[in-house]
Design a protein around this ligand. Structure first.
Ligand SMILES: *[C@@H]1O[C@H](CO)[C@@H](O)[C@H](O)[C@H]1NC(C)=O
Ligand SMILES: *[C@@H]1O[C@H](CO)[C@@H](O)[C@H](O)[C@H]1NC(C)=O
Length: 200
């Protein structure tokens, strides 16, 4: 009898868990592409983190029926790794389950949804050297992705631009500083020896 009651409770709990959460996975290949996203970057452009800017615009595809965006509450625009910069890097890997997807790791802007929008973005100082495109997601009231748009094609081959990160550059400066100081040390030793020889 106790066992039966327990199993009834278990079943009730399972039903609650099933209905309340965990929420259903959002699959990228199921998302409608309703936003038209463009950026002022051209294919092959090289942008410097912390310095260069581009402007991104998004607009709801006007051939959609009215009200198609009724549940869009927020638009989130992101910088996303192009396939060439994901190769052999599982920490940037794409996953159709958007909770596990690591393609788009950097927020360009997140704001209340409007059917058209525009934002000027200065490439953030922490963006690493890589190839990128821009993607925008429309989020519903619960923050779940319900639609998207991107600057590249489905295969992510067009309109790819490059970012040169700050760490890459500082490492370069750092190395030349080491080389330079090593060289001046050698030069100093050289002149010291020459001067000493002259004195004799
Ligand atoms: C807009 O939507 C229509 C109908 O779904 C589609 O045929 C068209 O390609 C879309 N336009 C763009 C620029 O994505
Ligand atoms: C993407 O690549 C596949 C296979 O290489 C090709 O069949 C398809 O036409 C491509 N799609 C686009 C949108 O370029």
């Amino acid at each position: 009898m106790a066992g039966l009651r327990l199993s009834k409770i278990t079943i009730a709990l399972l039903l609650i868990v099933y209905h309340v959460g965990p929420s259903k996975a959002v699959l990228f290949n199921q998302l409608p592409k309703t936003l038209i996203v463009t950026a002022t970057t051209k294919s092959g452009d090289v942008l410097h983190a912390g310095e260069d800017k581009f402007t991104v615009t998004w607009a709801l595809n006007t051939s959609l029926p009215a009200g198609a965006d009724a549940n869009y509450k927020t638009v989130k625009v992101l910088l996303c790794y192009a396939p060439i910069s994901q190769h052999d890097r599982k920490w940037r890997k794409s996953n159709n389950d958007l909770k596990k997807d690591k393609t788009c790791q950097f927020t360009v802007v997140k704001q209340d949804y409007s059917a058209t929008g525009k934002h000027e973005y200065t490439v953030a100082r922490d963006i690493p050297t890589a190839s990128y495109f821009v993607r925008a997601y429309a989020l519903d009231a619960s923050g779940t992705q319900v639609a998207f748009g991107q600057t590249t094609d489905a295969n992510k081959t067009t309109n790819i631009f490059e970012v040169v990160g700050i760490t890459g550059r500082t490492t370069g400066i750092f190395i030349s500083a080491i080389v330079f100081s090593a060289f001046s040390g050698v030069a100093l030793a050289f002149f010291y020896v020459v001067e000493n020889k002259k004195k004799k």
